[in-house]
Design a protein around this ligand. Structure first.
Ligand code: FPP
Length: 238
């Protein structure tokens, strides 16, 4: 197993979990089976993150664009999400994991919203790791919502145009309470960002692997972290 330096961990890891459909297709299975296997991978990576000592883990679980998928697939994903929240609750409590969600979660079905908000409330005093699920999330929509909030503050006279700074914009995003990701992992070999955390990843290190999400496990997760630790981050400086 790859060894990593515990003194130089990425504080925040974000993951674009891609490839569930292809994983299923390769096995002549229904796409939903891929999402089920993908849910097992989520469970393993959440557990591994906590063991390693990652403070913030953000998972792209459902994008704004995912609503365009067939109704049956959307509905299966919603069911898996709800089941995941219920089955993982006790482990979140035992391991000090606080659940958080970003995105236009008001669009989720009532039953999912209810379980989600109950889990967020019940885990709110946990302090060891923040697990953020991006649900009905789109980076451009997030920026548009932030601009609206700022325009509203200016319109009310609470702030002036000169007070619009990068920090103010960051503070009006859904991720206001979360540091920017240090490492972004994308599985299934696609070299794109797919509208994920557009503002926040300005200086994030990228790790793209051909491994399909259901096959992504702790070994490769450690390899991604070790790869990150071997990089020199300059943040635009020399
Ligand atoms: C991409 O695979 C994955 C998704 C659209 C959603 C990710 C969902 C899960 C991992 C399961 C449920 C989530 C949680 C948090 C329990 P794809 O369908 O786009 O794969 P493809 O590109 O190969 O078709």
């Amino acid at each position: 197993m790859t060894s990593i330096d515990p003194a130089n961990l990425p504080k925040h890891i974000a993951i674009i979990m891609d490839g569930n459909g292809r994983w299923a297709k390769k096995r002549l299975l229904n796409r939903i089976e891929g999402h089920k296997k993908g849910t097992d991978a989520v469970r393993n990576i959440v557990r591994a993150s906590r063991e390693i000592g990652i403070e913030y883990l953000t998972l792209y679980a459902f994008s704004e664009e995912n609503w365009k998928r067939p109704k049956s697939e959307v509905s299966a994903l919603m069911t898996l999400l709800k089941e995941f929240l219920i089955s993982e609750f006790s482990e979140m409590q035992e391991n000090g994991i606080r659940l958080n969600a970003i995105g236009r979660t008001e669009k989720l079905p009532e039953a999912v919203r209810k379980t989600l908000s109950e889990t967020i409330t019940k885990t709110s005093s946990n302090r060891d790791m923040v697990l953020t699920l991006a649900l009905s999330y789109g980076g451009r929509q997030e920026i548009a919502d932030s601009v609206k909030r700022i325009a509203f503050l200016i319109e009310k006279g609470d702030i002036s145009v000169n007070e619009v700074t990068e920090d103010l914009i960051s503070g009006c995003l859904y991720t206001a309470q979360i540091p920017d990701p240090d490492l972004l992992i994308r599985t299934s070999g696609e070299y794109r960002i797919s509208n994920f955390l557009l503002w926040q990843i300005a200086y994030t290190e990228l790790y793209i692997t051909p491994t399909l999400w259901p096959d992504f496990g702790k070994d490769e997760y450690l390899a991604a972290i070790a790869d990150f630790q071997g990089r020199e981050r300059r943040f635009g400086g020399t």
